[in-house]
Design a protein around this ligand. Structure first.
Ligand code: 1HN
Length: 351
């Protein structure tokens, strides 16, 4: 306000506020500046989870509760700035899930979209609408919203993956539906890997008289490490110009429209050669990173975080990030960029 209020007016206003409050009425002029920020001021904090430490707790939980008892045996990675919200950013959730040899996690489906990024083990599966994706370390597997999914581990080693979901986004829109399947496992509908063969080779089934089994908007759900990792190497050795803000970076796509993997979540991988340092960059999509390989540092708004293999790092919206690769550094990242772009909210600044 240009003219300061007199003490008398201030007192009368305060009395008015008190009388209005039980009616659910509040003065916008007292709150406007905090509601409409000149730039993002995320309540989320920069935070890193060291894999081995989190893994120890997860294995201890594994001694105490089965995957079936828990439905999903997961440790939530809650952002310290978002206490009680089960979010790693204001829009996204992250957790570490353990499935021990011989265990199953029963079939269910829900509105929320999920990705899995495998941290440890190999040979367990996620089944999506009755088709298994057999998972190996650093594979990306999706369970898009509304699709039945269960997990199982027929191997003799534990399997741990990072779950990334849009739980806070769906909560924000009050749009959550979920149901359990009446059996532990959804009936097998196709051979393991069927969708990857049909939709993951720059082709798709030609429309004839047979109906597609997979939902038209989201048919592909497995992006194996064995495919994406050599592609990064090929980029790096091709002599292609490296992006100064990202390194050699590739986004995972939905083959149906060339857009992000799911409606609410985008995911990418990047490779930075040893000695490379990115130029500063900030973006409105708070991002969760997994260190796939190598060591380095993330300098976020001037604060340095040391990065080691399988560390999980969250960089909230609009924090300026510089990555330094001490050895060749490979990162996986996911964010709500897909959602923000649909809402015309996404913004980035590359210094
Ligand atoms: C879920 O369905 C899974 O299917 C993991 O593995 C974590 C967290 C909240 C809601 C649903 C899974 C989840 C989840």
């Amino acid at each position: 306000m240009t003219q300061p209020l007199s003490n008398d007016s201030r007192a009368q206003l305060e009395a008015l506020y008190q009388q209005m409050e039980p009616e659910g009425l509040y003065p916008l002029w007292e709150k406007l500046a905090a509601l409409v920020l000149p730039q993002p001021q995320s309540p989320a904090q920069v935070h890193k989870w060291a894999y081995d430490k989190a893994r120890d707790y997860l294995m201890r939980a594994g001694d105490l509760i089965s995957a079936k008892q828990a439905e999903r045996r997961v440790l939530i990675l809650e952002n310290p700035g978002l206490a009680g919200q089960s979010g790693i950013t204001p829009s996204l959730y992250a957790g570490l899930q353990l499935i021990l040899p011989g265990e199953i996690a029963p079939a269910h489906r829900h509105t929320q979209c999920a990705l899995r990024f495998v941290m440890e083990g190999g040979g367990a599966f996620t089944s999506v609408d009755g088709e298994k994706a057999v998972m190996h370390q650093f594979d990306l597997v999706l369970t898009p919203g509304g699709q039945w999914h269960d997990h199982g581990n027929p191997t003799d080693t534990p399997m741990i993956w990072l779950d990334g979901l849009d739980i806070p986004t769906v909560r924000h829109f009050d749009a959550s539906f979920a149901e359990h399947y009446h059996e532990d496992q959804f009936p097998e509908a196709a051979p393991a890997g069927d969708s990857l063969t049909r939709y993951g080779r720059n082709m798709r089934p030609l429309k004839g008289h047979t109906a597609d089994r997979r939902p038209a908007h989201q048919p592909l759900f497995h992006y194996p490490y064995a495919d994406w990792r050599p592609t990064l190497d090929a980029m790096a050795s091709s002599g292609a110009e490296i992006d100064p803000h990202l390194g050699h970076a590739l986004e995972f796509l939905n083959p149906i429209n060339g857009g992000p993997i799911m409606a609410t979540i985008s995911a990418h991988v990047r490779l930075m050669p040893a000695g490379f340092e990115t130029k500063p960059r900030r973006a409105t999509d708070g991002t969760i990173f997994v260190v796939v390989e190598g060591t380095g540092e993330a300098v976020i708004d001037g604060e340095t975080t040391v990065l080691s293999p399988r560390d999980i790092l969250v960089v909230p919206s609009w924090k300026e990030v510089v990555f330094r690769a001490n050895s060749q550094l490979v990162l996986f990242g996911y964010s709500d960029k897909a959602c923000q772009e649909k809402l015309n909210l996404y913004k980035e600044e590359n210094a």
